[in-house]
Design a protein around this ligand. Structure first.
Ligand SMILES: [Fe+2]
Length: 494
């Protein structure tokens, strides 16, 4: 048995995720000393944690309560799948163990199946490299009125973090040495989540809204592809690293038991509905992809990158996605995923290098998804994306070389929370990218997040930006607002 903690174990906050009409996952992790392996909780048993779910923030009207174990084998994390809830409702939750009580979280269930909600608003987050800056964007996102948040990858980064936490420049309380090397094993990855989750702004953002999470590359290693490491490590070595990374990921995310990894494998792609308003297909474009063509990076496309045998989703996920689109009755079909979907040239010349790590490096996959969506009669296709640490508003074209060709949907690329440090509104390639890609309607290189609002008639994307993240406390502004009408896809500035 693990003894009851003598210090406050709720140092990493609370979270909720993957809301269904009648259920939501509640998460916390016990770690009285979060920067120590094991979180400062000795023992190999479990700690009993009491939980409460209420209709109000002051817990006067209790809906449900109970006790759940926080097993040492899961690094004392709790993944509670609360059932029997009412659709489209706010709930508040908290945990307790011994004399310690957690922060209060607010969550919201999805609307009933078949319901036609007036509208819904979603945050879009990605890329929070801890040592690149403060999580000010998350503090602002916590104050938004949102139904849920999508986090589309790079929750942690695998690089070494020095005592000053890089750009954060901690001088009063330096970080311990445990973070000052690259993440390789389970202890390394677990500690990296403890570091991130100690951040008060990240805790506020989790406590404020339910999150749907998916990963990109840095949760394991930069630009890995399936079980091929960026540095071509021996396959067994990399699979062991991936297993450690996936296990720590599951432990630290509000995910259901069904997604618990088995060795180096973890099923993460999944589907959610908001009544008849929207269907969200949350993708995993990392675990099953073919290795990047031409050695990765920005390369001229050719027979290798264009080989139809290559895939960014893997065959099973692609089939699942296309079947889901065929069965969909939703107004908006939203692919929630990692890397840029639209074609992106970096020169106005006819032939351009393209990013081999994005969908541009897997054009046959992109064509199959677009053809499948077309055959399914999907009218309002939306792609939500992260990865590139900038905001883009993009029109998905039937032929990216022909601006007059049909617009098949829109892609909202949301900028990073902190990765890339302060950034600037118009990076060096700003003019060039907009000229080279007529379907790119907007580009901003500052930090922040996006808010995507959907209703029966239109999609609205608000691009929030900050003046910087190296100094804490920057204000947030809406740098641009774009809309796309249902039935008539294509972004225009509002
Ligand atoms: Fe990133």
């Amino acid at each position: 048995m693990t003894p009851l903690p003598a210090q406050n174990p709720f140092t990493l906050g609370v979270a909720s995720g993957d809301p269904l009409p009648d259920s939501v996952v509640l998460w916390t992790r016990l770690a009285p000393r979060p920067y120590e392996p094991g979180g400062g909780l000795p023992g190999d048993g479990a700690v009993d944690v009491q939980w409460e779910l209420a209709h109000d923030a002051s817990f006067r009207r209790l809906a449900l309560s109970g006790t759940v174990p926080a097993p040492a084998a899961d690094d004392h994390s709790v993944h509670l799948d609360v059932r029997g809830l009412e659709p489209g409702r706010d709930y508040w939750y908290r945990f307790r163990t011994g004399r310690w009580i957690s922060a209060v979280g607010r969550t919201r269930t999805a609307p009933a199946p078949g319901a036609r909600p007036d509208g819904a608003a979603f945050g879009l987050l990605s890329c929070q490299q801890y040592d690149d800056g403060y999580y000010t964007a998350l503090a602002h996102l916590a104050r938004e009125d949102l139904d849920a948040v999508f986090f589309v990858g790079d929750y942690i980064y695998e690089n070494a973090i020095d005592a000053r936490a890089g750009a954060r420049n901690y001088t009063d309380t330096p970080l311990p040495e445990v973070f000052d090397h690259w993440t390789w094993n389970l202890t390394d990855y677990r500690l990296r989540y403890a570091l991130g989750k100690s951040d008060p702004d990240l805790q506020a953002a989790h406590a404020a809204h339910p999150w749907f999470v998916t990963w990109d590359d840095h949760e394991v290693e930069n630009n890995y592809a399936g079980d091929v490491s960026q540095n071509d490590d021996p396959r067994d070595t990399f699979r062991a690293r991936r297993a450690a990374a996936y296990r720590a990921y599951w432990e630290n995310m509000p995910l259901r038991e069904a997604h618990r990894p088995v060795g180096p494998d973890m099923s993460l792609y999944r589907r959610f509905s908001y009544g008849r308003l929207a269907q969200f297909d949350i993708l995993d474009t990392r675990q099953y992809r073919s290795d990047q063509a031409y050695g990765d990076g920005w390369k001229y496309p050719g027979p290798d990158s264009e080989d139809p045998a290559r895939t960014i989703t893997g065959e099973a996920q692609e089939r699942w996605l296309l079947e889901g689109l065929r069965a969909s009755t939703a107004r908006w079909n939203v692919l929630v995923q990692q890397v840029v979907f639209c074609r992106r040239k970096n020169t106005t010349a006819a032939r351009s290098r393209l990013s081999m790590d994005a969908w541009d490096g897997y054009p046959a996959s992109r064509s199959r998804v677009l053809a499948g969506a077309g055959a399914a009669g999907v009218e309002n296709l939306v792609v939500l994306t992260g990865d590139v640490h900038v905001h883009y508003a993009l029109d998905i074209k039937a032929d990216f070389d022909d601006p007059a060709s049909r617009t098949l949907g829109v892609e909202v690329v949301g900028t990073s929370v902190s990765s890339g440090s302060d950034g600037e509104a118009r990076p060096e390639d700003w003019n060039l990218l907009l000229a080279a890609n007529p379907h790119m309607k907007y580009y901003d290189g500052r930090r922040g997040y996006a808010v995507v609002t959907l209703d029966d008639t239109r999609l609205q994307a608000d691009y929030r930006t900050l003046t910087g993240v190296v100094t804490p406390g920057a204000p947030v502004t809406t740098a641009a607002r774009f809309v796309s009408e249902a039935g008539d896809p294509g972004f225009s500035r509002a």
